[in-house]
Design a protein around this ligand. Structure first.
Ligand SMILES: [Zn+2]
Length: 307
């Protein structure tokens, strides 16, 4: 299962990471018990046709070290929610709960762009930055289960305000939301330069979306390319700092903004190479696009429930 603020995605996943069947439902937004009811109903539906042994839930929130409780979920009704027991009580199967970005990283490590790379960082660049870290072939969770939140590394003291309450977090500079902010700045200061992006949103920069910026960049619009370049450079800057601590040999980049491919990765690699510590004396980490797309979360969660 992959449970986020807007959708509950579920799939039957075999031992090779192949999704045999899948279902999507909107996430109920009223109460935690309704979310558990929805999860149980979806599992029952999939069990009608498949023999299900266990359920892994990738959840958009902070999960405790026992992988049973959701401590906090900014976009869901969960506050110190005993999700594992609530769901297993309803369905009578073993349940494992994992942070959704950790589940995605695990899926890329096991079956996707991170195969064979035992020290890797997976960054999901969407509205914010989700991240998962695999070290020595194990998912890194931290002492309390809530490590690997790299999107909240403070990159700019007193910078843009973040949903976490701090200022200057990395995800305020290298995410879909940042992409739109940079594009709107260009539209405000130089409307002629931003004309292709403004055409895409009917002339109202406040309605401009990340995919519209990416689409304009793909068609060669210089202003949109500039926006992705700025986001990519911030991405590379943060990857360089992470490398000082973790020394991964591969970064796997997923999420909606990664649909822009080399328009994002090119500047990220360039800035990474310019700023990584000891750059003339270390092998460079590879930076590649994720392979599993929107199913990574449920594939990773399923695999974590199996092992
Ligand atoms: Zn933050």
């Amino acid at each position: 299962m992959d449970v986020g603020g807007t959708k509950v995605a579920a799939g039957v996943v075999d031992g090779a990471g192949v999704v045999l069947a899948s279902i999507r439902r909107p996430t109920p937004d009223h109460s935690a018990s309704e979310v558990a009811d929805t999860i149980a109903a979806v599992v029952a539906e999939l069990r009608a046709d498949y023999e299900v042994k266990a359920v892994g839930i990738g959840a958009a929130g902070w999960i405790d070290a026992d992988r049973s409780r959701v401590l906090f979920a900014p976009n869901l009704a969960w506050r110190d929610e005993p999700l594992r027991d609530e769901v297993s009580g309803r369905i009578g199967l073993p349940v494992v709960v994992e942070n959704d970005a950790n589940a995605m990283a695990w899926a890329e490590y096991r079956f996707g762009a991170g195969r064979g790379h035992r020290d890797l960082v997976c960054l999901t660049v969407g509205t914010g930055i989700g991240s998962g870290i695999v070290l020595g072939g194990e998912l890194y969770r931290g002492a309390f289960g809530i490590g690997a939140e790299t999107g909240h590394l403070r990159m700019v003291p007193d910078g843009h305000l973040c949903g976490c309450g701090n200022r200057g977090c990395w995800e305020r500079y290298a995410s879909g939301r940042a992409l739109v902010r940079v594009a709107r700045q260009i539209a405000a200061s130089d409307p002629a330069a931003a004309s292709a992006m403004l055409d895409a949103c009917g002339g109202d920069a406040e309605r401009l979306t990340g995919p519209e910026v990416t689409e304009a960049a793909r068609k060669g619009d210089p202003a949109a390319i500039r926006c992705l370049t700025e986001i990519g450079r911030w991405l590379g800057e943060g990857m360089a700092s992470l490398t000082a601590v973790l020394d991964p040999d591969r970064f796997v980049i997923g999420g909606g903004v990664s649909d822009s491919g080399e328009l994002l990765l090119g500047p990220a690699r360039e800035r990474f190479a310019e700023t990584v510590p000891g750059r003339e004396h270390r092998p460079p980490a590879e930076v590649v696009i994720a392979e599993l797309g929107s199913q990574a979360g449920l594939v990773g969660a399923a695999d974590l429930a199996r092992i």
